[in-house]
Each structure stands twice: as structure tokens, then as C-alpha cells.
Design a protein around this ligand. Sequence first.
Ligand code: NAD
Length: 352
Amino acid sequence: MTVHPFTYDAAPMRVRFGAGVVEELPAEIGVLGLRRALVLCSPEQEETGRAISRALGAHSAGVLAEARMHVPVEVARRARDRAADLGADSCVAVGGGSAIGLGKAVALEHGLPVVAVPTTYAGSEMTPVWGLTENGRKRTGKDRKVLPVSVLYDPELTVGLPVGLSITSGFNAIAHAVEALYAPDRSPIVSLMAQEGARAMAEALPGVAVGDFAARTAALYGSWLCGACLGATTMSLHHKLCHALGGTLDLPHAPTHTVVLPHVLAYNQDAAPDAVDALSRAWSTRDPARRLWDLAGELGAPRSLRELGMAESDIGRIAEQALRDPYANPAPVTYEGVAELLRAAWRGEPPG
Ligand code: NAD
């Protein structure tokens, strides 16, 4: 085994995990030295947001159920104003990447600390990455001040996540682990988390599909590890492509990750032997790209960009975007290589 030089820069994060842990939120707010939190969630999860507000009791300042994809700046401003009106000194963001993204935006622009209660596997709660959309343009950046001061993972809150979204959200998490394994700034401890996160998630998803609670718990555990990998490393071609497909064509976040990931892994595999070894160990296979594609098929997840609504004629401009602003990737990123990858993903063919 060769140990390469590395830098490991740990994020200062507090994480609590377990069924029912959300009931300890009032005590957690006290431990953190906070008084009253505004609960943030999306309209679809207002009921969950209100239940959490009730559980918070005197520590709740109210609920703002307006979180949306891509964090519109006006929603972040409304959250700040509502927090000020209600005398809140913090936010509790409950939900997926959209609700947690809103909490991060309020932390960035207005300095209110955020406690995150994730209910999908997207992993935003573990990263210093923020996004804000103003006049149709999304700005993103990295800032440690958006890191939640505490993250509470409660698998009971994930039981209501529809099976289809659970599966694709799980693939979204695996994508963080895969790209962390060949990231330019990878380090041994993050690679261990990535291998274990990828293992736990892939093993859990068949059980999640049939409503098994132990599998739900294992999937949330996997999503924590995969999210930590996302927060600790720089992502490559896969995330670049999914960003282009989501931002330019408005394709749905998690299903797009599910379709693209096996193809990017196959594209990179010869140039990333250590990552392939780790994933082969995790999934007991010699062909991790094919294993991912098979798993998506077994679980009824989408496997083609065509079924997500992409037109074949858009392949060229997405490939062009993947070549803009150079970034590290194990295999050289060429227009023809990426266009071929996208054509296979568009048709739903096996990877490689
Ligand atoms: P999401 O947060 O948009 O949630 C999708 C839908 O599922 C919403 O309607 C939500 O209310 C609902 N939902 C969530 N959990 C539920 C549950 N347990 N039960 C029932 N319904 C539930 O989707 P997402 O995939 O979690 O997040 C995607 C967004 O997060 C994208 O905008 C992406 O860019 C962002 N993101 C950011 C980072 C980061 O590091 N900044 C990381 C990952 C994702």
C-alpha cells in the first residue's frame, strides 16, 4: 500500500444520530447556548415543521414553511425578517437540501446559527457550500460560517420520504462518496468514510424500497458519511455534469445523479484504480460502475436522461459546459469523451 501526501482539515461539527433523537432538540438548543429558533421547512413538510416547533416548546419562535429548490434570495430575506420579528436567535432547518440550503443562506447573510435536521440523503448539512438565487442566477460559494452548529439525524423522520425519491437520494449520496475517493484533496480518513458510506447506502437501499426501518436507519447513517465526504473534498466531472443538467435543463437533482453516476465512474475507472478498489471492496464486485447501474435497475430507479425529459439535441451544449472552467478529474475531460458518455446515459445503456 502506498500512502500519498495529504492534508486533512476537519470540519468542527457536532452530530447526533438515532431514532427519536429529534425529541432532544429543546435540550440541544440549550446545550448550544441558544434560546429561540425559527423552524424552516418546505411547504410539503409543514406538518413535520409544526411538530418540531411544538416539541421545541418555549424554544420555538415559529415556523416558516417556504423553503424551495435553489434558495431564492427573497425567501432567505423573509426568513431573516421573520426571525427578527419573532425574536429568534437561530434557525432549525428540517428537510432536504432545499430547507437546509435556506438555513445556510440565513446563516451566511444574517449570521444566525443553524441546527440541521436532514430528512433526505442529499448531504448538504455536512458541507460549507451555500447557494442563493437572485434574478434567475444562482450564486454558490464555500464558507465555514454556514456549517450547521449541530446536526440531528433521526431515521423516523425519513420514513415519509417517498420510495422513489429515497432511492435516487441514496444514489445522490453515493455520488459524493465516489467522487471523494478520487478527489484531488482526498485523504485517508475521508476515503475510509467514503468506502463505508457507499457500502452502507448500497446495502440499505433494497430494504428502504420495501419499507424496512433498520434499512432506513442504515441509509441515513450512510448519507451522513457520504455528506461528510462531500464537505471535505472537491468534486469532479460527475458533479459538474449534474450541475449543468440541473441548472441548464432543470432536470431533477437526485434522479439526474442516479442516471449519470455509473457512466462517470466507468469513464474515470482506468485513471482511478484506488477508488475502484475501494468500491469493489464495498460492494463485493469487480465492476462497481456496472453494479451501480444494475442496482438502479433492480430498484426501479431511472437509468436514462431521456426519461428525465432531456432532449438528445442538448447533449452538445451540456458537454461544452463540462469543459468550461478547468477542474481536477482522474481521466482527461474531452468534448468527444463527455458527449459519448452523455449519449450512453441519454439512451439508458449500460456504462463503459
Ligand atoms: P429537496 O430538499 O428539494 O426535497 C425534495 C422534496 O422532498 C421536498 O418537497 C421536500 O419537502 C420533500 N421531503 C424531504 N424529506 C422528506 C421526508 N422525509 N418525507 C416527505 N417528504 C420529504 O431535495 P434534496 O434532494 O434533499 O435536495 C436538493 C437540493 O439541495 C438541490 O437544490 C441541491 O443543489 C441542494 N444540495 C446542496 C448541497 C450543498 O452542499 N450545498 C448538497 C446537496 C444538495
